[in-house]
Design a protein around this ligand. Structure first.
Ligand code: NAD
Ligand code: TDX
Length: 332
C-alpha cells in the first residue's frame, strides 16, 4: 500500500488519523471530505502538501468516488454524521451519509477490488446496565438505540454483506468514545472545556451516571493502522483502552484540572433514550494483532486536551456560539 484514501479526514478522528499516517508511515494520503459543519480544513493545515491531497466532495457522489478509487490502494472510511443529539432532531442526513454513503463506497470497492477499512462505533451494540460486569465483544448482538447508532449498525451490516456476497476486501472496527485534539465543541469533553474557557457553566445531562469508555484518538489511529496492515479480511475488531468513567466524574475532573470548583456545573435535560453504559473488551485486537494503547493515564490525556483547546481557540471559536445556541434551544 502506498496511496490511501481517507474519507472524513477533516473531521475529529479522521484528521487525527491523517496526522498519524504522516508521522508514522510513508503513504500518500488523499482526504475526501464534504466539509459539513463538523469538518474543518484547519485540522489538516500544518501537514506537508507532498504527503496529503485534499478533495472537497461528498461520499454520495458515485462518479467522484469512482475516480478516486481508481487511483487508490486502500480506503479508510471515517466520513459520517457522528453526533447522537443531532440525530434525535434531524435523522435524515444520518441515513444519507452513513448508509447510502457507505453503500456508494462499497460499490466502488467492489468494482475496483480496493481494500476498505470501515470505521464504526461500539454504540451498535446498544448499552449495558450500570451494574453489569460484562463488556461488549465481537459476538455481542447488535441492538442500537439512536438514529445515529442504528445507521452505523446498518452500515456495518452492508460491509459484512458486501464481503460475503461480492468478495469485497473489507475489515470493520468498532471503537469506544474518543477524546483528544480537533474534536468538535458539540461533543461532551470539548464542550465542557470550552465552556469553562468562555466562563459558561458546564452542562451535565441528567444525573450523569452514564458511563463511557474513553480512548485517546491517537490510540484509535494506531489500532486502525494495525488492522489495515494486518487485520484478516471480513473480520470485525473492537477497539478500546479500558477507560470507563461516568460523566459526572469526567465533568468534575475537567473543572478541577482547569482550576475551578468541581461542583460548578449545571444538570440539564437528559438525552432522549440516553445509553447507560458502553464498555469494550479489545482482547481479540490485542491478542491477534498485538496492539496496545499508549495513553493509559486518562487524567494526563485530559490535561493535554485541555491545553490544546486553551491554545487553539482560533480553531473552535467560530463553532462555539452556534453550538451553544442549538443546545440552549433544547434546554441542554
Ligand atoms: P466528525 O463528525 O468529527 O467528522 C466527520 C467528518 O465526515 C467531517 O469532516 C465531515 O465533514 C465528513 N463528512 C460528513 N458527511 C460527509 C459526506 N457525505 N461526504 C464526505 N464527508 C463527509 O466525526 P468523528 O467523531 O471524527 O467520527 C468519525 C468516524 O468515527 C465516524 O464514522 C464515527 O461513527 C466513528 N466513531 C466516532 C467515535 C467518537 O468518539 N467520536 C467513536 C467511535 C467511532
Ligand atoms: O453537554 C453534554 N453533556 C453530557 O452530559 C454532552 C454533549 C454530552 N453529555 C453526555 C452524553 C453522553 O453520555 O456525555 C456523554 C458523551 O456524549 P457525546 O460526546 O455526545 O458522545 P456519545 O453520545 O457517547 O457518542 C460518541 O461516542 C461514540 C460519539 O459522538 C459517537 O460518534 C461515537 O460513535
Amino acid at each position: 500500500m502506498s496511496r490511501l484514501l481517507v474519507t472524513g479526514g477533516a473531521g475529529f478522528i479522521g484528521s487525527n488519523f491523517v496526522h498519524h499516517l504522516v508521522a508514522h508511515t510513508d503513504h500518500h494520503v488523499t482526504v475526501l471530505d464534504k466539509l459539513t459543519y463538523a469538518g474543518n480544513r484547519a485540522s489538516l493545515a500544518d501537514l506537508p502538501e507532498d504527503r496529503v491531497t485534499f478533495v472537497h466532495g461528498d461520499i454520495l457522489d458515485a462518479g467522484l468516488v469512482d475516480e478516486l478509487f481508481a487511483d487508490t490502494d486502500a480506503v479508510v472510511h471515517y466520513a459520517a454524521e457522528s453526533h447522537n443529539d443531532n440525530s434525535l432532531h434531524d435523522p435524515r442526513p444520518f441515513l444519507d451519509t452513513n448508509i447510502a454513503g457507505t453503500y456508494t463506497l462499497l460499490e466502488a470497492a467492489r468494482r475496483h477490488g480496493t481494500r476498505l477499512h470501515h470505521i464504526s462505533t461500539d454504540e451498535v451494540y446498544g448499552d449495558l446496565a450500570l451494574d453489569d460486569p460484562g463488556r461488549f465483544t465481537e459476538h455481542t448482538p447488535y441492538n442500537p438505540s439512536s438514529p445515529y447508532s442504528s445507521t452505523k449498525a446498518g452500515s456495518d451490516l452492508l460491509v459484512r454483506a458486501w464481503v460475503r456476497s461480492f468478495g469485497v476486501q473489507a475489515t470493520i472496527s468498532n471503537c469506544s468514545n474518543n477524546y483528544g485534539p480537533y474534536q468538535h465543541v458539540e461533543k461532551f469533553i470539548p464542550r465542557q472545556i470550552t465552556n469553562v474557557i468562555r466562563g459558561i457553566r458546564p452542562k451535565l445531562y441528567g444525573a450523569g451516571h452514564n458511563v463511557r469508555d474513553w480512548i485517546h484518538a491517537e490510540d484509535h489511529s494506531s489500532a486502525v493502522l494495525t488492522i489495515l496492515e494486518r487485520g484478516r479480511i471480513g473480520e470485525t475488531y473492537l477497539i478500546g483502552a479500558d477507560g470507563e468513567k461516568d460523566n459526572k466524574t469526567v465533568i468534575e475532573l475537567i473543572l478541577t484540572l482547569m482550576g475551578e470548583d468541581a461542583g460548578a456545573y449545571d444538570h440539564v435535560t437528559d438525552r432522549a433514550g440516553h445509553d447507560l453504559r458502553y464498555a469494550i473488551d479489545s482482547t481479540k485486537l490485542r491478542d491477534e494483532l498485538g496492539w496496545q494503547p499508549r495513553y493509559r493515564d486518562f487524567e494526563a490525556g485530559l490535561a493535554d486536551t485541555i491545553d490544546w483547546y486553551r491554545t487553539h481557540e482560533d480553531w473552535w471559536a467560530t463553532a462555539k456560539d452556534a453550538t451553544e445556541a442549538f443546545y440552549a434551544s433544547k434546554g441542554q
